[in-house]
Structure formats: structure tokens, C-alpha cells
Design a protein around this ligand. Structure first.
Ligand SMILES: Nc1ncnc2c1ncn2[C@@H]1O[C@H](COP(=O)(O)OP(=O)(O)OP(=O)(O)O)[C@@H](O)[C@H]1O
Ligand SMILES: [Mg+2]
Length: 226
């Protein structure tokens, strides 16, 4: 589903944010990306939806090298990639339902279908009763759940999430993580960048450790159900 070969990226001529990264992530796989601040987690996620461009290497998504993708191919790629980033805020002047509906409307879905899908998605994140409220009247965790609903409503093949639980308390953190894990069990390939070491051991998912832009360790998923 995602394949990177020898990917390097530098924002500034003299330093690399990512250096010779190669990895392979299968359909429906759930992967944590971790590493200290500045290791390259956000950069790696941004390359995967062409928000930044790599300097070298290939990034194959859905059979196409997106490293050199231009023009209309980029919005087409993004229709298949949901993102939950902390700096991608909700629209505060739109209701919860409208926030979740935007992506469907852009695709030209009929209003009746849009309402039904948005309702179904909000139900999954437990916010169907808040659908007519505005984001600022919701708690941080509720807002984050709306952001996840918005990213998942299109049923993306890939979900990229950068520190999705950054400011949340431990209970909400697990609630959000469970939503992301559920998405992967339904076939979405999920990549989550996080600093939170507790999460890594709790879920037993594959963990890719970045250090100074390189993959330092790639630890496969293991069973934690006992
Ligand atoms: N827009 C930018 N311009 C220049 N350098 C950048 C830019 N964004 C990131 N960098 C640099 O690239 C490197 C990787 O940054 P990145 O944001 O990917 O790290 P990160 O692992 O997400 O860190 P954090 O845990 O703090 O979010 C860092 O050295 C950072 O300073
Ligand atoms: Mg980051």
C-alpha cells in the first residue's frame, strides 16, 4: 500500500530531515512512527500526501510514484488519504456535521447521502447528538474525534495522523487510539506519529523508530492480548 525507497528530504541545503528511508506498509496495517523531537516524523507523514516533496527516492502509493507527482494527480491522491494533523483545524463557523460533510460534498455526493454518511460516521465516534453544535462548544477530545470522523468519512485507503492525542487526558487518548485501530481492522492503512511511549507498548503494533531522519529500528507487531 505504501512503499518508500531511499527517500531523503531536506528543507535547507545543508541538513537532512529524512535520510535514505525505505519502508513497506501493507494494506490495513497499523504503524506507529516514533522518535525524539526533530527526528522526521511529521516530515515523513507530509511526504505521504505530497504536502512536502522529497529530494531523493521514490514513494509508491496505490501503484504510483508520488514523489514526482504534479497537478491534478495530487487532489486525486488526497481523496484516498485521510489526515488528522494538529494544525489542520476544524472550521469553527461550521457545525460538527458540516465539518464532517465537507469532503463528501466536494466529491459531489447527493445531500441525502452526505447526511446519512456523516451521521453514521459521527455515531461511530459517539458524537451524533452533537452534530448541530459548533466545534468551540466541544471539549478538546470531542474536537479531535470530529477531526477523525472528517478524515474517515470518505473511507480512505490510508489514514495519517500526527500526534492525534497530543493534548488529551489518558482516557481520551485510548478512546482516540481505539478509533484509529478500528479503522485499520476495517482495511485502512494507518500511520500514527506519537511521542507517547505508553501507547507503543499497550497496542503491540509495529513501531518504526526514527533518529535524525533515519530509520533506527523497525519493530514488528506482536501480540499483547495476554
Ligand atoms: N518547514 C521547515 N523548514 C525547515 N526545517 C524544517 C521544517 N520543518 C521541519 N524542519 C526540520 O526538519 C527536521 C524534522 O522535523 P519534523 O517536524 O519532521 O520532526 P518531528 O519528528 O515531527 O518532530 P516533533 O516530535 O517535534 O514534532 C527537524 O530538524 C526540523 O527542524
Ligand atoms: Mg512532528
Amino acid at each position: 500500500m505504501i512503499r518508500m525507497y531511499g527517500v531523503s528530504m531536506s528543507y535547507l541545503a545543508s541538513t537532512y530531515a529524512l535520510r535514505d528511508v525505505s519502508l513497506d506498509v501493507g494494506k490495513g496495517e497499523f504503524v506507529f512512527l516514533t522518535g525524539s523531537s526533530g527526528a522526521g516524523k511529521t516530515t515523513l507523514l507530509k511526504l505521504l500526501f505530497a504536502a512536502e516533496r522529497s529530494t531523493e527516492g521514490q514513494i509508491i502509493i496505490r501503484g504510483r510514484n508520488i514523489a514526482r507527482m504534479r497537478g491534478a494527480a495530487i487532489p486525486e491522491l488526497r481523496r484516498h488519504v485521510g489526515v488528522v494533523f494538529q494544525d489542520f483545524k476544524l472550521l469553527n463557523r461550521r457545525t460538527v456535521e458540516e465539518n464532517v460533510s465537507v469532503a463528501l460534498q466536494v466529491r459531489g455526493e447527493a445531500p441525502r447521502i452526505v447526511r446519512a454518511k456523516a451521521f453514521q460516521m459521527l455515531k461511530q465516534v459517539g458524537l451524533q447528538n452533537r452534530r448541530h453544535d459548533y466545534p468551540l462548544s466541544l471539549s478538546g477530545g470531542e474536537q479531535q474525534r470530529v477531526a477523525i470522523a472528517r478524515a474517515l468519512v470518505n473511507d480512505p485507503e490510508i489514514l495519517l495522523s500526527d500526534e492525534p492525542t497530543g493534548n488529551l487526558d489518558p482516557d481520551l487518548t485510548l478512546e482516540i487510539m481505539d478509533l484509529l485501530v478500528q479503522a485499520s481492522t476495517r482495511g485502512t492503512t494507518v500511520l500514527v506519529a506519537t511521542h507517547e511511549h505508553g501507547l507503543l507498548s499497550r497496542y503491540g503494533k509495529r513501531v518504526i523508530h526514527l533518529e535524525h531522519g533515519r530509520i533506527a529500528r523497525d519493530v514488528p507487531a506482536h501480540d499483547v492480548s495476554t
